[in-house]
Design a protein around this ligand. Structure first.
Ligand SMILES: [Zn+2]
Length: 395
């Protein structure tokens, strides 16, 4: 019996060695790939002085939302563009008044470096105005852009360039945005810019903010074709009455990000661009995995555009993060190719999990580790020599 096993195992060893030898010869004769495999981590450029910052925010995007996007599109061994960013960290994200943040308090922290109460847009709990990193950089001569697939007056984009006590004040946010000077604003929300006499309006006054935007030097566009024709200057793109709906006339998130970069990159002092995948959150509120995956992949395509620009530019910092996790999503079971996926949800609301932050570009290592979400604009302010920051403005 013992002898038999010995004979059997020596035969296995011999066959194994022969196979290894053949494999080795075969591998040697293969040419080395010229480009890294599509799962490799992108090598970051060296830490020179940063010129531009592109901040991607996946609203409601937790680790499992990214995992679902990866599995459904590429399987367990694939990697999204987000996955290939070289620096990772975690952000703690509670609000000033609540363990579970909403997008308003979350984006206020990411924009201004201050904690505030849920629903407040870049105001402190006592209604003091918080200066945002976008505003501080514009004062230093940077150009700025905001891109979202919600209305452009929705909580996340609003927190970078508007200040109101309640996120639902979208008509007032629209009025502030057209006076903000932000060079590129692309998203939905036309209804908040048109006077109440228009049946599609969500205003209760006769202000025509599209006219006002034109007076302030903006070209106003409402579909992909009109957007593609713009090659310089200020642009306000309002592609649907409220949120964007993946309709044929609309540009994709990646197309909006690409156009924003094209319009902002010529500014001599650099630019700040925020791009939001707004509806990852909405799919998660409804516990709809397919909706989450679709929005996740559209977001990843936009991140790819940012990374491609940064790889060529070498002086652009790209950050990808979220304001909070939505749905308490977990991957409970499924197949390695991702065709089958069993999702579990603990909630139809936001949760208190930390969210990931990914970095690529000069000084991206500053974002590794576990940070409070307020640290993001504070670190950016340090990198760009903005001081003091955070700061308030009394008016
Ligand atoms: Zn939400």
């Amino acid at each position: 019996m013992h002898f038999k096993i010995m004979r059997y195992s020596s035969r296995v060893v011999f066959v194994g060695l022969a196979a290894l030898l053949i494999l080795h010869c075969k591998a040697d004769s293969q040419p080395q790939p010229l480009t890294p495999p599509p799962t490799a981590t992108y090598p970051s450029p060296p830490d020179t002085q940063i010129r531009n910052i592109i901040l991607f925010i996946g609203d409601g995007m937790g680790i499992s939302h990214i995992t679902a996007g990866r599995l459904k599109s590429l399987g367990a061994n694939g990697r999204l563009h987000i996955d290939r960013m070289p620096v990772t960290g975690l952000l703690i994200n509670h609000a000033a008044d609540n363990l579970i943040t909403d997008s308003a308090a979350g984006a206020t922290a990411l924009a201004s470096g201050f904690k505030t109460n849920n629903a407040m847009i870049s105001l402190l709990p006592d209604n003091t105005r918080a200066v945002t990193i976008l505003e501080a950089l514009r004062e230093k001569g940077f150009a700025a852009g905001l891109v979202a697939t919600s209305s452009i007056t929705h909580a996340t984009p609003a927190c970078f360039a508007a200040h109101v006590p309640a996120r639902k004040m979208e008509p007032e946010i629209a009025a502030q945005l057209v006076e903000s000077g932000v060079e590129v604003m692309l998203g939905g929300g036309r209804a908040f810019f048109i006077p109440e006499e228009d049946s599609a309006s969500k205003r209760s006054d006769d202000l025509n903010l599209i006219e006002r935007a034109r007076q302030n030097g903006y070209r106003v566009v409402q579909n992909r074709e009109e957007l593609q024709k713009i090659s310089e200057g200020r642009v306000l793109g309002l592609f649907n009455d409220d949120e964007m709906r993946n309709e044929p006339h609309e540009p994709t998130l990646a197309e909006m990000a690409a156009k924003a970069i094209e319009l902002l990159r010529g500014n001599a002092n650099g630019f700040f661009l925020m791009v939001e995948g707004s509806q990852i959150d909405w799919g998660a509120h409804d516990n709809l995995l397919d909706y989450v995956v679709r929005e996740m992949l559209a977001f990843d395509e936009a991140v790819k555009v940012g990374l491609e620009f940064a790889r060529e530019d070498r002086r652009t910092l790209v950050l990808v993060t979220a304001d909070h996790e939505t749905g308490g999503l977990a991957i409970n079971d499924g197949s390695l190719d991702g065709k089958e996926l069993e999702a579990g949800w603990t909630s139809g609301h936001h949760t208190g999990q930390p969210v990931p932050i990914f970095g690529y570009g000069p000084h991206s290592l500053r974002f590794t580790g576990v940070h409070d979400n307020t640290r993001v604009p504070i670190i950016l302010a340090e990198l760009f020599g903005v001081e003091p920051f955070p700061r308030i403005r009394r008016e």
